[in-house]
Structure formats: structure tokens, C-alpha cells
Write a protein that binds this ligand. Structure first.
Ligand code: GLN
Length: 365
């Protein structure tokens, strides 16, 4: 039997390119490039999750954002097939990690994270102290930033334009068969929302964010309306807000997730605001209002519900900072959550929220 020869990981055969993460306040973090070498600007956000980078990178709610992963090891299990992603491509604008692992080991892995990032033209830097960087953002609040190599580019604020229009579907998609007919307004929906619904005896029609659902000629009978997650500032989604308003006027059972929570709030007359820094991870504690029950949830948001609309009560609050995590109408079948009941990545503890909504479809008939 031959003795395996284990060589220490040697990156010397790769030519090492260095890049910089430049923040709008002037701070600069040097790093080693392991993605596509092209400058990108966006809002710098951090995720404190420990797993799930393939799902996270493909979550369309990250459009326009440069993502820092605070968990120090990234890449060690490679990249699975697209059927395990949350959308058909990477949506972050750039990636910052502490230690990139270029030697993945996982049965489902098809390539290295570096190869994937290069293929999808996403820049990535390995910088030494992601902890210092994250603490800096936490103290100063959300910051714009850019990953640059040789030539400089201007800063870009993704919250100043409609991001949803860039990621929503452009065609109507009918999926599954089932006892209940649901319409989903796709603001950049994570695929696991679709999977969670389709395994629950549902016929699902996925619609563009601005689909004129209640305009004559477009009406068809459905039992409930869903509004997905999505990137950017909810206040740009005026057509979606109008559609939700009509649904509420007609007492159509309505359920929102993340961006959907914010859009239901705006449609019902409440308000949203930009948080100092967002919640992004799979370890966000949410307490169900009026109970001692606390759920560990997956999240990815930088805006939040401020003023809860009339007729609604807070459904969940974040146990870390007391921010709103969901609203529910006191007598009608209207509800939404700021966290992700579909998880992906993360704990599935709140998947019951889908069942809760589907039960409401029965009782509200
Ligand atoms: N994941 C989401 O739907 C996020 C909603 C919104 N873009 C925010 O950052 O708050």
C-alpha cells in the first residue's frame, strides 16, 4: 500500500491578485482576489450565518449588495447543482470572506466557489479581518462600498432605484396541481418558497411583480395571494402595493414574506424604514407576540416595518433588537412575516407558517 503524500495547500501556482474594499467613509480593506477581477460597487452588508453560501449567494434579495460572510470559512463544500440554488444565478454584487477554501469536499459539489464566481463574473476578496469590518459597519450603520482592482469606479446606492424590476420574472408561470389555487407576486422569490408551497397540495401561478392581476381580462379565480421576498427599497414597488390593496379590499387571503411583509404593511397604510444595519443570517430569534415562544429564523433584510397598519397587530418581534418581524390582521386572513419560513439556508422551525396560512384559506371561505 502506498503512503498518501499530503502536500500543504500551496497557492503559489496561482498568480495572486490583490484588490481593495473601499467604503464610502474612506476606510480601505486590502484583500486577495478569488473571484472575477472586475470592480463592483454596492451597499456593503454582512451575514452572520454559518452555513448556506450557495443559497445565500443566489438569493435575489441581495441584488446590488456586496456581502461579507462573518463565518470565517467559506468554500469548503463547493457548489451544488442549480436545483439546490435559490435562483438561477448569483445575485450578490461581490463577496468578502475571511478564509476562502479552494479544496471543497462534498458529494454534491460540482465546482469550487472560486470557479463559480469567475463564471458568473462576481468579484470576491479574502480579507483578513472580517470581524473588524463587520464591527465597523455595525457601529456606523449601512455603508456603500466598492471592490476595486486597478481602476476606480463610482459608488452605487442600490436603494435609490427599483431593484425588484431587475430580478422578478417577466412571464406568468403555472406550477403544480392541487386543491388550493395561489397566486404569487414574484419580487425575486426564493425557489424554496415555491417548493414549500408545491408540496402542500397547491396549484401555483407565479406572476411578475407588476402584473395587473385585477385588471379586466386578467381576473381568474384563486384562493389566496402571496408576495415574495425581494431586493431593495419596498417603496419602489408601487404596482405591487396597488395589487395588494385590491386584494385586501376584496378580502382575498394574503400572505407576505420579507419584502412581502413590507409591501403588505405599505398597502394597508402602515410604514417601513431603513434599519441602521440589517438582519442577515440563519440565527435570528423571533418571539411570537403574546407568547413565550421564540423561533430561530433565517433572515435577509435591511428595511423593516415601523408603523403597523390599522387593523393589524405585530405577530412576531426580533428578540435581539425588538424590531417588527411580522404582522397579522385581527379579523381577516391577512398576514406576513419578515423572516423566511422557507429557510434555505437555515432552520425549518417556522415552515408551519405556510400551513397556518393555508388553514386560513379554508376557514375564511
Ligand atoms: N429578503 C427580502 O425580501 C428583503 C426585503 C428588503 N429588500 C429589505 O432589505 O428589507
Amino acid at each position: 500500500m502506498t503512503t498518501p503524500i499530503i502536500s500543504l495547500t500551496d497557492h503559489s501556482h496561482h498568480s495572486v491578485t490583490h484588490g481593495r474594499l473601499v467604503l464610502e467613509d474612506g476606510s480601505v480593506f486590502e484583500g486577495r482576489s478569488f473571484g472575477y477581477e472586475q470592480a463592483q460597487a454596492g451597499e456593503v452588508v454582512f451575514s452572520t450565518g454559518m452555513v448556506g453560501y450557495p443559497e445565500t449567494l443566489t438569493d435575489a434579495s441581495f441584488a446590488g449588495q456586496l456581502l461579507i460572510l462573518t463565518y470565517p470559512l467559506t468554500g469548503n463544500y463547493g457548489v451544488p447543482l442549480p436545483e439546490f440554488w435559490e435562483h438561477n444565478r448569483i445575485h450578490i454584487s461581490g463577496l468578502i470572506v475571511s478564509n476562502y477554501i479552494d479544496t471543497p469536499s462534498h458529494a454534491q459539489s460540482t465546482m469550487t466557489l472560486s470557479a463559480w464566481l469567475k463564471q458568473e463574473k462576481i468579484p470576491a476578496l479574502e480579507i483578513k479581518d472580517t470581524r473588524l469590518l463587520t464591527q465597523h459597519i455595525r457601529d456606523s450603520g449601512a455603508l456603500l462600498g466598492k471592490i476595486v482592482f486597478e481602476s476606480d469606479i463610482p459608488f452605487y446606492d442600490p436603494n435609490e432605484e427599483n431593484q425588484i424590476a431587475h430580478v422578478s420574472t417577466t412571464s406568468v408561470l403555472k406550477l403544480g396541481t392541487g386543491r388550493k389555487k395561489l397566486a404569487l407576486l414574484d419580487c425575486g422569490a426564493k425557489q424554496n418558497i415555491l417548493r414549500c408551497l408545491l408540496k402542500r397540495d397547491v396549484e401555483l401561478t407565479v406572476l411578475p411583480w407588476d402584473y395587473p392581476l385585477f385588471e379586466s381580462g386578467n381576473e381568474w379565480s384563486f384562493d389566496g395571494l402571496l408576495i415574495s421576498n425581494g431586493p431593495g427599497n419596498p417603496k419602489f414597488a408601487t404596482p405591487t402595493i396597488k395589487t395588494i390593496q385590491t386584494a385586501l379590499e376584496n378580502t382575498i387571503p394574503t400572505f407576505g414574506i420579507c419584502m412581502g411583509n413590507q409591501l403588505l404593511t405599505l398597502a394597508a397604510g402602515g410604514d417601513t424604514y431603513k434599519m441602521k444595519f440589517g438582519h442577515r443570517s440563519q440565527n435570528q430569534p423571533c418571539q411570537m407576540v403574546g407568547t413565550q415562544r421564540c423561533f430561530i429564523t433565517t433572515q435577509n433584510h435591511g428595511f423593516a416595518v415601523g408603523e403597523v397598519p390599522e387593523g393589524f397587530t405585530p405577530w412576531f418581534v426580533n428578540a435581539n433588537d425588538g424590531t417588527n418581524e411580522g404582522i397579522i390582521h385581527s379579523s381577516r386572513p391577512f398576514m406576513s412575516v419578515q423572516f423566511h419560513p422557507e429557510a434555505a439556508p437555515g432552520p425549518t422551525d417556522t415552515e408551519w407558517v405556510f400551513d397556518y396560512f393555508l388553514e386560513k384559506l379554508e376557514t375564511s371561505k
